[in-house]
Design a protein around this ligand. Structure first.
Ligand code: ADP
Length: 474
């Protein structure tokens, strides 16, 4: 079956033990596309027993997969990455169907994900240990790294391929096997990924994709001692819940949770760069991104010029049919994001914010203050809320006035200031004159209520490894 035939099937089973499984009596979940408003696909959910079966498959596959020489694991990853690149347009089409993401952004997401597979293919071969001199002449000390075991991944709808893909790539490179529960809104993207794994002839059980009821599936995975690792991307509330539920089996965790990113524009910023960076970071994926700036803080001297330029740039974005390759924004927001967007806009306006611009592309508000919901809660929509500040110290204090710490951005042309501010901002990722800092070569992750653990980069693979110390007395 080629990929077109795969995608043309009216129904798709869950993926476990290297096969798509559709038990006859199972009631499928009907997916209605927010892009077309029509039914487009039925998905067979995994039940409790199916999760146990997948777990056994993943466990069985682990014993061979971890022994496969790293260059061979890397070769599988490279192949999967190349196939994701090759079929980037198919992934983009599925994402447009599932969540209304513009196809140009879906293609970028597929390429970004393929980058992780290429990166981790190399990382598989760079799992270096250490030898350490002992104070005893007859002892030889060494540290080894070993794959942790079966890894579970629970992932969100906003970047349905990238969020799961970068976890799976790291896990497989380390020698772990993977079970992913995709979000209810976007199961098909990851089932297409499963088909890619089949095309790459990945051994059965190494990757398993289980759509279905979030609570039921998570409970089985979290209760299972065989699952040694949980990597989660989603809201802080659910992350805390999963943290508690993992306590009994003491799983190693990576939690990539919400953000409330500040974006600072200093008087000495290059206005063009600042506006472009704001558009890229704030309006990508309709603002439904955990690294989105949620509070734009502008120094008084540049505020007027920046707001004018930002308004124009927002109004010039092209909003439209997500299947149109020239479209920047899609009119489709996730219902929960739409709700927050409406509530935050109304709350801010009612509390005295000034409406700078309103169009189908989004809203620009100035005069934002701490008493407004948008200050402390993630909006997850195309709302650009602006506050002004006077001194550098004031700007830093406002930026850090949040429980979150995923990403922070700032714009300045002054090198000394850049160094000072980068050190002062409390966040795991800093973009200096850069609206899209995230890249597979570097670590992604937060501090404070944004979670812990890192994905990608030189440390991402460690999340899936155990450290073993060996002392040899000769
Ligand atoms: P988002 O708002 O980004 O969807 P969520 O935290 O609600 O963030 O969801 C992220 C992922 O967590 C999704 O796969 C979702 O199905 C899953 N999820 C949501 N609630 C629970 C829960 N109570 N237990 C386990 N998984 C959950």
């Amino acid at each position: 079956m080629d990929l077109d035939q795969f995608l043309d099937q009216p129904q798709c089973g869950f993926f476990s033990g290297g096969e798509f499984i559709s038990p006859i009596s199972r009631q499928p979940i009907k997916l209605i596309s927010p892009a077309t408003g029509k039914f487009w696909k039925a998905i067979v959910p995994a039940y409790k027993d199916d999760v146990q079966c997948a777990l056994q498959s993943a466990h069985l596959a682990f014993s061979d997969w971890k022994r496969l020489p790293a260059p061979q694991r890397g070769a599988y990853l490279r192949n999967i990455g190349a196939l994701i690149q090759e079929y980037a347009e198919k992934f983009a089409w599925v994402m447009a169907m599932e969540m209304g993401k513009p196809v140009s952004q879906g293609i970028s997401e597929a390429r970004y994900t393929a980058g992780y597979f290429g990166w981790f293919a190399g990382e598989a071969e760079r799992i270096y240990g250490q030898t350490i001199p002992s104070q005893f002449p007859d002892k030889r000390l060494s540290i080894h790294y070993e794959p942790i075991g079966v890894a579970a991944m629970i992932t969100p709808w906003n970047f349905p391929l990238a969020m799961a893909g970068r976890k799976i790539a790291a896990a497989l490179a380390a020698g772990c096997t993977a079970i992913n529960k995709p979000a209810a809104e976007t199961p098909m993207t990851m089932l297409l990924f499963a088909e890619i794994c089949r095309l790459a002839q990945l051994p059965p059980g190494v990757v398993n994709i289980l759509p279905g009821d979030a609570k039921t599936i998570s409970q089985v995975l979290l209760d299972a001692p065989l699952v040694r690792k949980l990597s989660f991307t989603g809201s802080t509330a659910v992350g805390k819940l999963l943290f508690r539920q993992s306590a009994d089996t003491l799983k190693k965790l990576t939690l990539e949770l919400g953000g409330n990113a500040p974006l600072l524009v200093f008087d000495d910023a290059d206005l063009k760069k600042a506006v472009q960076g704001t558009i890229e970071s704030k309006f990508r994926n309709n603002g439904q991104t955990c690294v989105c700036p949620n509070r734009i803080l502008v120094q008084a001297g540049i505020a007027r010029a920046y707001i004018k330029a930002l308004k124009e740039a927002v109004e010039n974005l092209k909003c439209g049919d997500p299947f149109d390759p020239h479209v920047d924004l899609s009119p489709i927001l996730h219902p929960s994001a739409q709700d927050k967007f409406d509530k935050h806009s109304a709350d801010a306006l009612q509390k005295g914010a000034h409406l700078e611009s309103k169009s189908e592309n989004g809203i620009v508000l100035s005069g934002i203050g701490k008493e407004m919901a948008v200050w402390s809660e993630e909006t997850f929509g195309p709302l650009a809320p602006i506050a002004t500040f006077n001194t550098e110290e004031e700007g830093i204090a406002l930026a850090n006035d949040t429980a979150f710490g995923l990403c922070a951005y700032f714009f300045t042309e002054n090198l000394s200031r850049a160094a000072r501010i980068a050190e002062a901002l409390e966040a795991g990722i800093i973009g200096i004159n850069d609206g899209v800092p995230s890249s597979y070569q570097a670590s992604f992750g937060g501090i404070k209520s944004s979670g812990f653990g890192r994905e990608g980069g030189p440390t991402g693979i460690k999340e899936y490894l155990n450290e073993k110390f060996i002392s040899l007395k000769i």
